[in-house]
Design a protein around this ligand. Structure first.
Ligand code: T3D
Length: 266
């Protein structure tokens, strides 16, 4: 079978490369399936402490492959219209849920254009770096669709309602520098430095207390649906659990003894 997702190990970092460069890494059902399998494998592999996602070639991903038979409108007169919701139910939703619940942090290194589901997949990652020449496009409105792959949830939380609606309604290209200014992504770096900067960031995260990082992601996501007092109580309950874990004892001991900590909880 064709390798649509390349997987490389860089120490404790698992680098996953979207690999259909001839189609700007547009997603097919097979490719989304391989990406989900690669995330499952990273989750199960105790030696992986951070996942890094990037694209092969000049794009991150052009989003759903619009020529894929699951979504391409039929040209045959009288042919029954397709239910494009199939791709969401069977491919994008399981993938997005897997990504947001991964037991290790996830970094995106956006190396070129990220459009449609490609943009929202990148924005679903925990930390998003982009090369200077990268761009983000909520392309959906241009073809009569709404933002999917988490777009309706992510955009207002990342940039507020006014900008979220502007991005989603117009579907225009946002350059990396503007995306950083809006708070859509974390940081822009020079194109030539993107890969090294992303691996260094992922390795830094991989050396940190993984369980605490993942609980932080979960607590932030959950806080969106909690009132202030409930969020305070949720923090206390999580903190109480983490306080019994190895990494807290190790972190404090290392600090007190002025040495590097060795974290291992996952
Ligand atoms: O329920 C469901 O499953 C629906 C799910 C929807 C999720 C979505 O992601 S919807 C949004 C889908 N994506 C788009 O609408 C983006 C379409 N692409 C573009 O707007 C542009 O291609 C880009 C802005 C991404 C890049 O522009 P540019 O000028 O750098 O490259 P290009 O020349 O437009 O594209 C290069 C080739 O890739 C070209 O093919 P060719 O002419 O060389 O044979 C182009 O057709 C192809 N390509 C680009 N994007 C897609 C694609 N082929 C299939 N699907 C694509 N999404």
């Amino acid at each position: 079978t064709e390798v649509l997702i390349q997987s490389e190990r860089h120490g404790a970092v698992r680098l996953l490369r979207l690999n259909r460069p001839e189609a700007l890494n547009a997603f097919t059902a097979a490719m989304l399936g391989q990406l989900r399998q690669a995330l499952d494998a990273a989750a199960e592999d105790g030696a992986t402490r951070c996942v890094l996602i990037t694209g092969a070639g000049r794009a991150f991903s052009a989003g759903q492959d619009l020529a894929d038979p699951h979504v391409a409108p039929s040209r045959e007169p009288g042919a029954a219209p397709k239910d494009i919701g199939w791709m969401l139910e069977h491919c994008y939703i399981p993938l997005a849920l897997r990504l947001r619940s991964l037991p290790v942090p996830v970094v995106a290194a956006v190396n070129g254009v990220a459009a449609g589901a490609g943009a929202n997949l990148a924005l679903s990652c925990d930390i998003v770096l982009a090369g200077e020449s990268a761009s983000f496009i909520q392309a959906f409105s241009k073809i009569g669709l709404i933002p999917d792959c988490g777009g309706t949830w992510l955009l207002p939380r990342l940039v507020g309602r006014a900008k979220a609606l502007e991005l989603a309604l117009l579907g225009d290209k946002v350059k990396a520098v503007e995306a950083e200014r809006l708070g859509l992504i974390s940081r822009v770096v020079a194109d030539a430095e993107l890969q090294d900067a992303a691996i260094a960031l992922a390795q830094k995260l991989a050396g940190m207390p993984t369980r605490a990082l993942v609980e932080t992601r979960r607590a932030l996501d959950e806080s969106m649906k909690l009132d202030y007092e409930t969020a305070l109580q949720r923090e206390a309950a999580l903190q109480s659990q983490l306080g019994f874990a190895h990494d807290y004892l190790e972190g404090v001991a290392a600090f007190m003894n002025k040495r590097q900590p060795e974290f291992k909880d996952r």
